[in-house]
Structure formats: C-alpha cells, structure tokens
Design a protein around this ligand. Structure first.
Ligand SMILES: Nc1ncnc2c1ncn2[C@@H]1O[C@H](COP(=O)(O)OP(=O)(O)OP(=O)(O)O)[C@@H](O)[C@H]1O
Ligand SMILES: [Mg+2]
Length: 262
C-alpha cells in the first residue's frame, strides 16, 4: 500500500509526522509528499524543501479555470466524479515545475487559498482526489499526503486515491473522538486505518491507549514530545532528519503492512 494520507485534528502533528516519515522512507526509496492543506504554509520549511514554482491548481490553469472545468464535467452527472487527468502518471515523470526534489524526497502542493472571497476550497479537493487516483506508484516508492485539520478530506473523497489513512492523535479528548470518526469513515471507504500517538509522555500515553482501546482502535506507533522538534517549528527551520529516530523506526515497522503493496 504505497499511498498514505495523514489526518488529524489541528496542530496534532500531521506535518511533523509526514516530514519525519518522508525522510526516513527516503533512505529506502523515493517519497513524494503531497501538501493538500489549502491553508497552512509551513510544511516546506520543516521539510527543508522550497515549495516548487507551481501548485497543481496553477498547473491546471488556475482556480477559475478548474472551477469551470468541474462545473462543465458535473453538468448532468449525478455523481461528483470528475476526471481532470486522463492518464496514469509515474512519480518520476511529474513535471519539474510541480515537484521539488531533494535527492529521493520531493514536495508538491495542491493549492493554497490566495485571495479574500475566492470561494470554498472544494475544487482543490477534487483536484487532489483525481491526481492521487492517477498517480502510479512503483515498488520502493511512497506518497504521503499532508492534509488540513479535521475530516473535510474524507467528505471530499480525497482518500479515494490512497490506500490507507494514518491518523495522528495528540493528548486530547477531541483527537480521540475524531480518530473514532475517521476510523469509521475509512472503513466506509474500504481503506486501511492506523493511529499514531504524538506529543505523548509517560502520563498521557497510557491514558490515550486506554481511551483508544475502549473504542477498538489499534495504535501503530507513538512519538514523544520533543523540544527539538517544537523548536525547529518555532524557528521555521528543517527538522533534523534523525529526530525521534528510534520511535520513527518503530512506527515504520508498526505500519509496515500499510506501506507495502497488497
Ligand atoms: N512530537 C512532537 N514534539 C514536540 N512538538 C511537536 C511534536 N509534533 C508536533 N509538534 C509541534 O506541534 C505543532 C503542530 O505541529 P504540526 O504543524 O506538525 O501539526 P499539524 O497537525 O500539521 O497542524 P495543522 O493542523 O495546523 O496543519 C508544531 O509547533 C510542532 O512543532
Ligand atoms: Mg500541518
């Protein structure tokens, strides 16, 4: 299962997890990180890769052009299925203006909200879904999708084009009940599902474990609170690729099944 979407409530650590996982998996193969968060801007800074010149929305002609295409496609159709891309795309042959590579790891952006009153971000969801559906990933390649907070991307069907959902749970009741909902939505969409605990310590970890166990949710790994990670984010500098190394290694083992093709 080579395409994973990383979900979780606001500030739970989605972008941090995506960065650490991408750098770690990059030691074994190629990793494309797709920034599907239409609001937040900081992923490139902690990943250490400049966002490339064009977003996927730019590449498709801009938001107005995409909206017009979507409206034309949806006219008379009952389902919300759209087809902006017509052919399968290999990870290696994506246009260079769209993808910023740093050795084996790369970053691309679906699109960002750029103007007041520009309308809802739904077109970006449709673009992300269709792009991921057409992205062909070979053995030894992974795609990690960083998302906006919450479960909007489930509603927009972005996970249609991925294999599994990795949910970040930080020490809060909110995160636990969101994980329960996400597990149900992932089941509905017939996608794999796993939970990673983040920013935990010896007091919060057992509490979260118990709360999640009571809801029948399996935990795939955990990342403790790390002052070095928090500081890099404060300063807007790249995360040390070796940060939380042991825990990230254990997590990669924990989600091994989700990272392999069926
Ligand atoms: N394991 C950790 N240890 C310490 N701080 C962490 C850890 N994980 C994340 N953080 C901090 O928590 C904050 C939020 O992290 P991050 O941006 O990764 O979350 P997010 O879920 O992507 O947020 P958003 O919903 O806004 O996109 C950042 O300041 C980050 O440095
Ligand atoms: Mg984020």
């Amino acid at each position: 299962m080579p395409k994973l979407i990383v979900s979780g409530r606001g500030g739970s650590g989605k972008s941090t997890l995506v960065t650490l996982l991408a750098r770690r998996l990059g030691e074994q193969g190629k990793v494309l990180v797709v920034d599907a968060d239409e609001s937040n801007l900081g992923l490139g800074a902690i990943f250490g890769i400049e966002p490339p010149g064009k977003t996927l929305m730019d590449y498709l002609g801009g938001k107005t052009a995409v909206k017009e295409k979507l409206v034309a496609m949806l006219k008379g159709k009952e389902s919300e299925q759209v087809a902006l891309f017509t052919e399968k795309m290999a990870l290696d042959s994506l246009p260079p203006e769209l993808v910023g590579w740093d050795g084996p790891v790369a970053l691309m952006q679906v699109g960002k909200i750029e103007h007041s009153m520009e309308g809802c971000a739904c077109p970006m969801g449709a673009v992300a879904r269709d792009f991921l559906n057409h992205l062909a990933v070979e053995e030894g390649q992974w795609v990690l999708v960083d998302t906006e907070a919450g479960v909007e991307h489930f509603g927009r069907g972005v996970l249609e084009g991925v294999d599994a959902v990795l949910m970040v749970v930080d020490p809060s009741h909110d995160a636990v009940i969101l994980a329960e909902k996400a597990a149900r939505l992932a089941r509905e969409a017939k996608k794999g599902f796993g939970v990673v605990l983040n920013k935990v310590d010896e007091k919060t970890e057992p509490v979260l474990k118990e709360m999640l166990a009571a809801k029948g949710i399996a935990i795939k790994g955990f990342l403790p609170y790390s002052p070095a990670v928090a500081r890099a984010n404060l300063l807007g500098v790249p995360l040390d690729a070796g940060a939380l190394r042991e825990e990230v290694d254990r997590l990669v083992s924990g989600i091994g099944g989700m990272l392999k093709r069926n």
